[in-house]
Design a binder for this molecule. Structure first.
Ligand code: NAD
Ligand code: IPM
Ligand code: MN
Length: 365
């Protein structure tokens, strides 16, 4: 029997609720595959700040260091609640970015997937959706504006100012480019490179390096699209995309738009891959507006487990079965309320009911 250690970081808001369901599926997948997943729970996020005085406590760092993979729920508080925490300890700056930096998780995979059978969840018209939506956003996750130099102060004229820079070196761009080309090479062999080279020098270098790396992948066709136009095409013709690659902040914004065209951010899992360690998290936040009500969609968290099974443990077949199990719950006419549309005919179920139905479907597969 193989044994793997998984750090479990519940996070804030809906985090613990959707994590409970994801853990049910993780444990079941282990039992079905003669694999023991040893779960190491650790405090992380705003809840950790209030209980331990730090949003990424030392004990959590030690547990993550020791783990074979990390499963992380969303972190963060509402705008008002965040003010109770000093700016640098707020969980986005104090926990999430340090987690990404610690394990150098530069390659963030955010699949945007809606099979035809559940296309009615999308706000887009059926004629736009066609055979469904199926593309992947590859977001650079440890560079750019998020990690560049930051300076605030009062200038010579006595005005408060801020200066933060968008920084990349060629190696940082080359390694995400390679991941993107490799992914495109295994899929439809078309890569959409999203940039803003008509204004940003960072995009000029980004595009240069993309083209250099592309020489090693002659089978992949590269299409360069400006990020603002890409936002429009995501609504008007998402079917043209298969693999998209972009810098950190563009990826943050366009991946939430991906959730929008699916019908809910609750359908957005993700994988954050570093050279030696990976962590898995939903693309969305802690949804303070629905936390504690038992109605959050756990698909994104369970999908993150499926990505972990495949990308960290090579359990591809089991991962595929987890995706199928979730789709079968939708096919049976059930969904959490985030996916209900006016006039739609779905049976609304709770977070835990969704998880239990996935467990049943997986057990029978
Ligand atoms: P959000 O992603 O939490 O929520 C946006 C909308 O999507 C809300 O209406 C919410 O109810 C809905 N939603 C999100 N996930 C859902 C799910 N699984 N099921 C059903 N509905 C879902 O964005 P926000 O409200 O702007 O941010 C809230 C907090 O989350 C902020 O503190 C933000 O910094 C943080 N955040 C954390 C992460 C992360 O941990 N990776 C990601 C994004 C935002
Ligand atoms: C995400 C989130 C984070 C980001 C925040 C919470 C720092 O929005 O994972 O998409 O901007 O990367
Ligand atoms: Mn985001």
């Amino acid at each position: 029997m193989s044994t793997y250690k998984i750090a479990i970081l519940d996070g804030d808001g809906i985090g613990p609720e959707i994590m409970t369901e994801a853990v049910k599926i993780l444990e079941l997948a282990g039992e079905r595959n003669n694999t023991k997943f040893e779960l190491l729970r650790a405090p992380f996020g705003a809840s950790a700040y209030f209980s331990h005085g730090q949003s990424f406590p030392e004990e959590t760092k030690a547990i993550c260091d020791e783990a074979d993979a990390i499963l992380k729920g969303p972190i963060g508080l509402s705008h008002e609640e965040s003010k109770k925490i000093p700016v640098d300890e707020q969980p986005e700056r104090g926990a999430l970015l340090p987690l990404r930096r610690r394990y150098d998780t530069f390659a963030n995979f955010r699949p945007v997937y809606l099979p035809k059978g559940i296309a009615h969840f999308s706000p887009l018209k059926p004629e736009i959706i066609g055979d469904g939506i199926d593309f992947i956003i590859i977001r650079e996750l440890v560079g750019g504006l998020y990690f560049g130099n930051k300076e605030t102060g009062v200038n010579a004229e006595g005005k408060r100012y801020v200066n933060e820079s968008l920084e990349y070196d060629e190696d940082q761009i080359a390694r995400i480019a390679k991941v993107a080309f490799e992914t495109a090479s295994k899929r439809k062999k078309v890569l959409h490179n999203i940039h803003k080279s008509n204004v940003l020098k960072s995009s000029v270098l980004w595009n240069e390096v993309m083209e250099e790396v592309g020489k090693d992948f002659p089978e992949v066709e590269v299409k360069h699209i400006l990020v603002d136009a890409a936002a429009t095409y995501l609504c008007l013709n998402p079917g043209q995309f298969d693999v998209m690659v972009m810098e950190n902040m563009f990826g943050d914004i366009l991946s939430d738009q991906g959730g929008g065209i699916l019908g809910s951010l609750g359908l957005m899992p993700s994988a954050c891959m570093g050279p030696e360690k990976a962590y898995y998290e939903p693309s969305h936040g802690s949804a303070p507006d629905i936390a504690g009500q038992g109605i959050a969609n756990p698909y994104s968290m369970i999908g993150s487990v499926a990505m972990m099974l495949e990308m960290s443990f090579n359990m591809n077949d089991e991962a595929r079965k987890v995706w199928h199990a979730m789709q079968s719950v939708f096919a049976d006419g059930y969904s959490t309320p985030d996916l209900s549309r006016p006039g739609s005919d779905v049976n609304l179920i709770s977070t835990s009911d969704f998880g239990d139905r996935v467990v049943n479907a997986l057990s029978n597969s």
